[in-house]
Design a protein around this ligand. Structure first.
Ligand SMILES: Nc1ncnc2c1ncn2[C@@H]1O[C@H](COP(=O)(O)OP(=O)(O)O)[C@@H](O)[C@H]1O
Ligand SMILES: [Mg+2]
Length: 311
């Protein structure tokens, strides 16, 4: 029997999703016979970890603090074994701009982009560069905060007049914003477990013109198809790209890579990597694992077993 601390909740905008992921993980760990303690991550995290003395921490946090290396750094400092990627991979994945630079340098296709901090606009007149950017990326342009998840703050700007508002909205989530070429096509995701790609999932929104935050978490508003109905070569290529990104960003344990399959060209591009993808009833990784014959409890057991020993 292992004593597992499940870290969940926290102060990120994805708190509610994390609470669901965490509760589901806790149930699975209890069924598996482990000694489980749930910790809603807050000011007393270090004290609670010291009290709990876990053999391993299952990090079921999403977004800020939990997925960006902050909590991982604390766990390292306390010498607590933990699930998923290490500090540096979390930092690279949590910052979409940094991740895209790594991809571009490694020749992994990712939609063309430019990124700016708020300082560039306030101190360097970056707004004057917008026409040049718009010409290169063409409309519609996707504007998104570099450090957010769950489609929060993402806007599609259809004309130059839409860009300033989209930038302001994105800057309300953080000080770095990404302007990205819009890819018209299908939303695919490849989850990776222990360096092996799981079957491709396609997310098909029912009503919204894009796969938005609400659609993602309200059961029944997005259809998930797994394995995705795509040609074998497309599925293989998506898996190959996912593994390439996993390697480049230095992920460990598990992760989910989000891709677009462009309608007009059939080209696959990588949007981002989620270091701690959702583990709720409607989340993609559990669905992909299931399609690969790995039931939820087994998935959780494997993620725990994959946590590296502490130095
Ligand atoms: N460049 C893009 N072209 C077309 N759709 C996009 C683009 N970027 C994001 N989207 C849509 O928004 C969703 C969320 O974007 P993503 O970059 O994965 O951020 P996150 O999931 O962290 O919010 C994608 O799954 C896709 O549906
Ligand atoms: Mg995504």
């Amino acid at each position: 029997m292992t004593r597992v601390a499940v870290l969940k909740g926290g102060r990120s905008l994805e708190r509610q999703v994390s609470l669901k992921s965490g509760a589901r993980v806790q149930d699975a760990l209890e069924r598996l016979g482990h000694d489980v303690v749930g910790i809603d991550v807050g000011h007393d995290l270090v004290a609670r970890l010291r009290d709990a003395v876990p053999d391993v921490a299952f990090v079921a946090l999403h977004g800020r603090d939990g997925e960006d290396g902050t909590v991982q750094e604390l766990l390292e400092a306390l010498g607590v074994r933990y699930t998923g990627s290490g500090v540096s991979a979390c930092i690279r994945c949590a910052d979409k701009v940094l991740a895209k630079h790594h991809m571009r340098d490694a020749q992994i296709p990712t939609p063309d982009f430019f990124a700016f901090t708020e300082t560039a606009f306030k101190q360097l007149g970056a707004a004057d560069a917008l026409p040049a950017i718009e010409q290169r990326l063409r409309f519609p342009i996707v504007v998104k905060p570099a450090g957010q998840g769950s489609a929060l703050g993402i806007k599609f700007a259809a004309t130059p007049a839409d860009v300033p508002g989209a930038l302001v909205a994105a800057f309300s989530y953080g000080d770095k914003v990404l302007l990205e070429r819009h890819v018209r096509g299908r939303d695919l995701a490849v989850s990776v477990l222990a360096g092996e790609a799981l079957p491709v999932v396609e997310a098909i929104p029912r009503e919204e013109d894009f796969y938005d935050f609400e659609a993602r978490y309200e059961i029944g508003r997005t259809d998930f198809v797994c394995p995705a109905q795509v040609a074998d070569e497309v599925a293989e290529r998506a898996q190959e790209l996912a593994l390439a990104v996993w390697e480049v960003l230095g992920c460990a344990g598990f992760a989910r890579v989000d891709l677009m399959l462009e309608e007009s060209t059939g080209e696959l591009t990588v949007l981002e990597v989620n270091a701690i993808p959702g583990l709720t009833e409607t989340s993609l990784l559990p669905q992909a694992a299931d399609a690969a014959g790995i039931a939820f409890d087994e998935l959780i057991e494997r993620i725990v077993a994959l946590a590296p020993a502490v130095a």
